[in-house]
Design a protein around this ligand. Structure first.
Ligand SMILES: C[S@@+](CC[C@H](N)C(=O)[O-])C[C@H]1O[C@@H](n2cnc3c(N)ncnc32)[C@H](O)[C@@H]1O
Length: 261
């Protein structure tokens, strides 16, 4: 293995996720697509909106910039730090809370929001994000607790927007592209593995720093959640109307669900 050298660069997972977002989304198109969807659901600038798992702020900062009333939440202190840094760079004021999904209803109280969204394939990481291990049964339990909390904090008639791993996804390797960083061009590739028996999905990001030929690898584990299981969790939490496979312009990565309280 190549030894670390002077000048080697390090990035946190939130920073690397930001690089990926640049490459896998047409961001303006997705933001427009999401606003069109909100209009269809009757969500306006007066509505109360919660981002459950705001990460580094994709979508939330864009909506806040357009005058929407969005509160960000995340269980990762690194991500909360990153959304605040990104907000500052864009001269935006953002309300971001460091709270996990299982504690959302206790934190905010019940029946508070008109829309909650959990996007970017976040839900399947409920008990494994920024960890180098996963216990599938724990993940399943935490996903159910998350959905129960989303239900509790929505006002009657409120909507949950959820996206999850595409059911068409197959194990594969992909070249995401090259991003220009303060350490020069970095080529990003990733590999997806599915262990169907254990219900574990592994997403391994690989960064090649072209100036130094240094390589950094970031493995992340998530739960292989099926569409049927998700629908069952939504129903048993109390959601009445569940729409699967919702089309949102600019969302070509994940499968979107809308559930109504
Ligand atoms: C793949 S990132 C997506 C971030 C953001 N929604 C986006 O679209 O860019 C997943 C996010 O979910 C958050 N997350 C995972 N499990 C969580 C939990 N149990 N409670 C709250 N946030 C969680 C992670 O900290 C991370 O910020």
């Amino acid at each position: 293995m190549r030894k670390l050298q002077r000048g080697d660069a390090f990035y946190s997972l939130p920073e690397v996720w930001d690089f990926c977002l640049e490459k896998i989304y047409d961001k303006p198109k997705y933001v427009r697509g999401f606003i069109v969807l909100m209009k269809r659901l009757g969500i306006t600038k007066e509505s109360k909106i919660l981002d459950a798992g705001c990460g580094s702020g994709f979508l939330t900062l864009d909506l806040v910039e357009r005058g929407y009333n969005v509160v960000g939440t995340d269980k990762s202190s690194e991500m909360v730090r990153q959304i605040r840094l990104n907000a500052k760079k864009r001269k935006l004021t953002i309300e971001a809370h460091h709270v996990m999904w299982a504690d959302l209803a206790q934190h905010f109280g019940r029946n508070k929001f008109d829309l909650a969204y959990c996007r970017g394939n976040s839900l399947v990481y409920a008990a494994s994000w920024e960890q180098n291990w996963i216990v599938p049964a724990r993940s399943r339990e935490e996903i159910q607790r998350a959905i129960q909390n989303f239900y509790a904090l929505l006002a009657p008639g409120g909507y949950l927007y959820l996206d999850v791993t595409s059911r068409k996804e197959h194990p594969h390797e992909e070249d995401i592209g090259t991003v220009n960083t303060t350490h020069g061009p970095v080529q990003i590739t990733w590999r997806i593995d599915h262990d169907k028996e254990s219900k574990i999905r592994t997403w391994t990001l690989r960064l090649l720093f072209q100036r130094t030929a240094s390589v950094k690898v970031y493995p992340s584990y998530s739960y292989l959640l099926s569409r049927d299981e998700l629908t069952q969790f939504l129903r048993s939490a109390g959601f009445k109307k569940i729409e699967a496979g919702v089309r949102v312009a600019g969302e070509n990565n994940y499968d979107v669900f809308i559930a109504r309280k």
